[in-house]
Design a protein around this ligand. Structure first.
Ligand code: ADP
Ligand code: ADP
Length: 224
């Protein structure tokens, strides 16, 4: 599904450069649950941003299905991003002026889904994450755990094959984090590919494969 071939990322800071990734190569097969681990600053977020086509590599080749992502124009990259990925972030990243329902509906409007269908599907997804009683709430009226469950419902709205989760429990107390992990585990059982950045060893053990990143390099890999 995903193949990274000697991916490099340098950030241009004007007078200097930061090399965040040096020739990272690996593959992810459809249906895998992969954890990406490593110290702060090792390049995990950079790697996730490249996989999710939120940012471009500065060297190497990224294949997603039959697409050479590195060779595609921005518009085509955006189309693939919107149709293939669901994103979950540590800080939830909900739109503060939109209700839970409207947050979940938004990606479907980019994908051209009709209003009634968007509304129906958003209600189903919020129900699936246990939030049918919170649909018209604004994010500020929700707890962190509830906000993250809205974010998961939003990530699922366009039926992505791949969920990218960057420290999804990082801002949650343990029990609320566990609810989020349970939802991800269920999604994986239903066939969704999951790539999750985590600092938590126990969470790494939930994954079938752990990719350890150190100083912008793939340092080691564990498969279960
Ligand atoms: P984490 O350690 O949880 O991955 P970071 O605090 O390293 O989070 O990064 C959060 C965001 O800030 C990332 O999306 C990254 O792109 C950006 N970022 C990290 N380091 C820098 C930097 N030195 N300059 C500008 N942006 C940065
Ligand atoms: P991690 O997610 O593992 O904490 P990052 O991918 O955020 O690591 O960062 C890797 C390296 O790249 C760090 O040295 C960080 O400061 C740098 N970096 C990340 N994002 C940016 C950015 N937007 N601009 C400049 N440097 C960045």
């Amino acid at each position: 599904m995903i193949r990274l071939d000697k991916i490099q990322k340098k950030y241009d800071l004007g007078d200097t450069e930061v090399a965040a990734l040096h020739e990272v190569s690996f593959e992810i097969t459809a249906g895998e649950f992969v954890a990406i681990m490593g110290p702060s600053g090792s390049g995990k977020s950079t790697l996730m941003n490249i996989i999710g086509i939120l940012d471009n590599a500065t060297g190497g080749t990224y294949y997603l299905e039959d697409y050479d992502i590195t060779a595609l124009p921005d518009k085509e990259q955006a189309r693939i991003r919107n149709t293939h990925f669901g994103f979950i972030f540590q800080s939830f990243n909900l739109f503060p002026e939109l209700s839970a329902m409207e947050n979940v509906m938004l990606p479907m409007s980019y994908a051209g889904v009709a209003y009634n269908e968007r509304k129906k599907r958003a209600a189903e997804l919020l129900d699936q994450v246990g939030l049918s009683h919170r649909m018209s709430h604004l994010p500020t009226m929700l707890s962190g755990g509830e906000q993250q469950r809205v974010a998961i419902a939003r990530a699922l709205s366009n039926k992505p094959n791949l969920i990218l989760a960057d420290e999804p429990t990082g801002n949650l107390p343990t029990d609320k984090g566990q609810e989020v992990l349970d939802i991800l585990t269920d999604l994986h059982k239903q066939g969704t590919t999951i790539v999750m950045v985590t600092h938590n060893d126990a969470q790494g053990e939930m994954a079938q494969r752990v990719i350890n990143i150190r100083d912008g390099l793939l340092a080691s890999e564990v498969r279960r």
